[in-house]
Ligand binder design. Sequence first.
Ligand code: 5GP
Length: 209
Amino acid sequence: MQSNGIVFILSAPSGAGKTTICKLLKQKLPDLKFSISHTTRKPRDGEVEATDYYFISQKEFENKIQKGDFLEWAKVFDSFYGTGLETIEHHRNKGQNVLVELDVQGAKSLRMINYKAVFIFIMPPSLKELKSRLNKRATESVNSIQNRLEESKKEIQQSTQYDYILTNFDAEKTTNNLYSIITAEQFREKRYQPSSPDIRDLIDKKESN
Ligand code: 5GP
């Protein structure tokens, strides 16, 4: 019997390096599925429709909420973001692991419904470093950078709710650590599937003792 795939929830304050880490992880784990969220935010330079996000209007977003298309949704920095339910469950049912990028509100709402997932938080080394990364990225206005920094502080305070915290000193090393977590989670006792009938029999017998 094939076991269900695992859903990995990844959150990080804006500028902590999550996008770079996800790009590196895609190369290391080509079989891992990445959930593509819907957002009402405008695409940034270089962002591609249906690769980075599904960029939709406010009206389309509201329709999707009405239809119950989202596993969760949240308003982050004046835009709406939502995770499509169907694709994740489709992958999970096929035994494929899925990585979902969410802000802390989204992760919190999943924990509240007791959604089965592994929650991972990417932490910046310091607030000073986070600020400098946001300034270097220069995709946002000064105002927006300040907003993101203030939001980051609140997000960092929620990090203790996660199963794993990875401090991102170096994207390559953090990706390796993330890779280790994803690999290790697959070998948890609860996910063990006996590879032969004799081993299954032995385990079943012990459980009925
Ligand atoms: P950005 O605008 O920088 O791409 O993303 C802003 C924030 O929205 C990030 O923290 C990102 O993880 C979060 N985000 C992206 N997709 C979703 C989603 O589907 N749901 C929620 N709750 N947050 C999301």
